[in-house]
Design a binder for this molecule. Sequence first.
Ligand code: ADP
Ligand code: MG
Length: 241
Amino acid sequence: MSYVEFERVSKYFGNAGGAPVLDALSLGVEKGEFVTLLGPSGCGKSTLLRCVAGLTEIDEGRVRLDGVDLTNMAPKKRNVGMVFQSYALFPNMTVYDNVAFGLKMKGMARAEIERTVKRMLEIIDMSEKSGQYPHRLSGGQQQRVALARSLAVQPKLMMMDEPLSALDAKIRKMLRVEIRRIQQELGMTTLFVTHDQEEALTMSDRICIMNQGRIEQTGTPEEIYARPKTAFVARFIGNYN
Ligand code: ADP
Ligand code: MG
């Protein structure tokens, strides 16, 4: 069994008889793997992440993490972290307090919180900004803090929903490299969502091409690029050969 297991997950949004948003989707993600869900807008990427986080209930199927069935578990108990496109930091808290917040919630001792936050700020290269408020930071810096905040609680699975989409091209490229470095340094199992082909091809251990609530093809970036299995994949990845 894989570390993360999606077993025929389906989701319908109200409209009985309508096309499902997630259509009996199955996928396994291994521990420490960086897997990207790549697909056009509306194909169900965000919905899939929301189902894992417990922000949306699934209608059929199962989701397991490290052997534990998440399907009916309270969101707070699921041990997953999520970073969104918009940074959603607490505006009235410093960088330090933003990263410390989840640790305080968990009841971690003060000295351990300090140690953890310090390490996280080092990892994202923001130690100097510890006392700053979010509005004083650039978009890229805010997104790094959001990442540190999610990582600090040591989730078993990190999920990122288009975390770079709101940033300009230069910062985006830098953060691609940085996110991957941090992910590998921590051995963090990651589900990354994007509609950007280049992002997926440069960052991932494995790519899942999604189309209308299903996975059309999964493989390494090289496999997907060199051997697209369907016309949709070939078109989407921009390789018509
Ligand atoms: P993606 O993230 O790949 O762009 P989404 O998962 O956001 O796609 O959406 C997939 C489909 O589900 C879209 O057609 C969207 O309109 C629909 N959808 C998403 N959330 C809801 C909701 N809360 N109620 C009804 N339909 C929704
Ligand atoms: Mg989305």
